[in-house]
Design a protein around this ligand. Structure first.
Ligand SMILES: [Zn+2]
Length: 272
């Protein structure tokens, strides 16, 4: 594993980035949090997703604030309607702006976006689920993946690597990966149904993935489950950066469903 994420603040908007991605100077990569927006209550303050019951005009203002802070244009955003499955969508210039200003144009039923075209901001939303972001600096291809426990068990992160290989001819050993802020093994208690599904998907790694297994409950390490599946498809360990930031532990900084902070933060990546 590589060094952790770096924290930034611009015009009052807080966000994180991955040092190995920044060093390539090929992309804008950013993970937003709660800081710097205008939404109130459980959406306070930088809620970025139209698929919430927050005021739509506040969401739009938040998105403009975030876009300005990270140096992208709001029109470049491409969003998806995330459904905890394993569909990966190849984004091209004709998709630019889908979901940027309203929910109706979102790419439907998709949990990963990839492209090799410049100037398109791939953007997905999170509030405990794991954002996984990809960059191949050789072929210049990028992706972002949404992996809650269902996506993690469906191995959507590993499937994203396969899709990058198939569509853009990338080699897994060249790909840089960031595993972003999400619910950590310290707080992600799951029941026997989830335990059984994870054990089935990762038969050799059960001991690494669960802690304090008792009375049908256990604490699940989604970061490690994603790291393991990436190693299995040829990503090199030194190219993986894990933020190690638990959204439940750090609710002052992040939305957390389990913490009843119902806004969404975003993970974004764009080829410059
Ligand atoms: Zn925690």
């Amino acid at each position: 594993m590589s060094e952790s994420f770096v924290s930034h603040e611009k015009n009052g908007v807080g966000f994180f980035s991955i040092p190995s991605f920044d060093k390539t100077n090929l992309v804008v990569n950013a993970f937003s949090g709660r800081k710097g927006g205008i939404s109130k209550g459980k959406y306070s303050s930088l809620n970025l997703s139209f698929l919430t019951e927050d005021k739509q005009e506040n969401i739009m203002k938040n998105r403009i604030r975030f876009a300005t802070a990270i140096g992208i244009s709001p029109e470049s955003m491409v969003n998806a309607q995330q459904v905890h499955e394993d569909i990966i969508y190849k984004v091209t210039i004709k998709d630019k702006g889908r979901g940027a200003f309203e929910r109706d144009t979102l790419i439907p039923a998709t949990d990963a976006l990839m492209t090799n075209e410049k100037g398109i901001t791939l953007m997905l939303f999170f509030a405990d689920c794991v954002p996984v972001v990809f960059l191949d600096p050789i072929k210049k291809a990028i992706a972002v993946t949404h992996a809650g426990w269902k996506g993690t068990v469906a191995k959507i992160a590993a499937k994203t690597v396969k899709a990058l290989e198939l569509n853009y001819g990338v080699k897994p050993e060249n790909i840089l990966v960031g595993i972003g802020p999400s619910i950590g093994p310290c707080h992600y208690q799951v029941d026997h149904t989830v335990i059984a599904k994870v054990a089935e998907a990762f038969p050799k790694s059960e001991k690494l993935l669960f802690d304090k297994k008792e009375n049908g409950y256990a604490y699940l390490n989604l970061w490690e489950a994603n790291r393991i599946q990436l190693l299995e498809v040829g990503i090199s360990d030194k190219n993986i950066t894990v933020a190690g930031l638990c959204t439940y532990c750090f609710q002052d900084n992040f939305f957390s469903h389990r913490g009843n902070m119902m806004g969404r933060q975003a993970a974004v990546i764009m080829l410059k």
